[in-house]
Each structure stands twice: as structure tokens, then as C-alpha cells.
Design a protein around this ligand. Structure first.
Ligand code: DGP
Length: 137
């Protein structure tokens, strides 16, 4: 039996409040929700992070995420959603999962402290731009 909790949920070996499934993915309520309606969408195949996900699996997964985001917003009578994924850092379950969280203005979600780090100057901006762009040719 797999030791991955999300693989066990997918296999039906661990209970979960499943809200959606298709041949590629399964979505269920997070057991420690930021708000009621916080959904996790996972690919059925065990991939750890987004870079591990094969290209052909991206569209089905994100198409499902799009549908689920609309459903979560409507079902929870929210004004919007927060859709996010931790990759390795802050990732407590090493099976790729997309968080889909209902959001409403003033809901108090302040848990993400993102201090901003400026580029030193134009040259630094260009160095960083080039380093990333060179890997995407
Ligand atoms: P992250 O920290 O980004 O890796 O998010 C993992 C989330 O998974 C976290 O919000 C709690 C949730 N979670 C962990 N184990 C289980 C489980 O067994 N069942 C359910 N429904 N959610 C789980």
C-alpha cells in the first residue's frame, strides 16, 4: 500500500470528502481548511511537484481547476478564489496538489507574509530576465 496520503485517498483507502473526479484527477475538501470550501485537486498519478507533471497532464488538471474554482466560488457564495500550489518549500504532502480557496474581501486571510525584494538596478533585472529566458528557449 502507498505511503502517500493523497494516493491512499485516490485509491479509496483513506476517507475524504470528494467533490470531483475525472480520469486524470480527484478533488476533495482539505482537512485543515483556510475556509469551508477549501478544495485540493490532485492528479491521480503520483507526481511531486509542478515541474514533474508531464505536459499532456497540465491541460486536464488546470481545466478541472478552472471548473472547481467557479464551483467553489458559487457554492460558498464567495467573491473570488485563491488558487495556489506549494512546490517543495512549504509543501507538506509530496503529491502535487492545487489549493482552491474561496475568498471574500475582508475575510481576514493574512497568513501569507510575502516580503518584497527589489531588483538592485536595471542590470540586475536584465541578468535575472536573461537567466530565466535562456532556459525557456
Ligand atoms: P501543503 O501544505 O501546501 O502541502 O498543503 C497540504 C494540505 O493537505 C494541508 O492544507 C492539509 C491537507 N491534508 C493533509 N493530509 C490530508 C488528508 O489526509 N486529508 C485531507 N482531506 N487533507 C489533508
Amino acid at each position: 500500500m502507498s505511503t502517500c496520503v493523497f494516493c491512499r485517498i485516490i485509491a479509496g483507502d483513506l476517507p475524504a470528502a470528494i467533490v470531483y473526479q475525472d480520469p486524470q484527477g480527484v478533488a476533495f475538501l482539505d482537512q485543515r481548511p483556510l475556509f469551508p470550501g477549501h478544495v485540493l485537486l490532485v492528479p491521480r498519478t503520483h507526481y511531486e511537484t509542478l515541474p514533474d507533471l508531464p505536459q499532456e497532464a497540465v491541460a486536464p488538471l488546470f481545466t478541472a481547476a478552472q471548473r472547481i474554482a467557479a464551483a467553489v466560488q458559487q457554492a460558498m457564495q464567495a467573491q473570488g478564489t485563491f488558487v495556489a500550489m506549494n512546490n517543495t518549500v512549504s509543501q507538506s504532502v509530496p503529491h502535487l496538489h492545487i489549493h482552491i480557496v474561496p475568498r471574500t474581501k475582508g475575510d481576514g486571510l493574512k497568513g501569507f507574509f510575502w516580503p518584497r525584494h527589489q531588483y538592485r538596478d536595471e542590470r540586475h533585472t536584465e541578468e535575472v530576465r536573461r537567466a530565466i529566458a535562456a532556459l525557456l528557449l
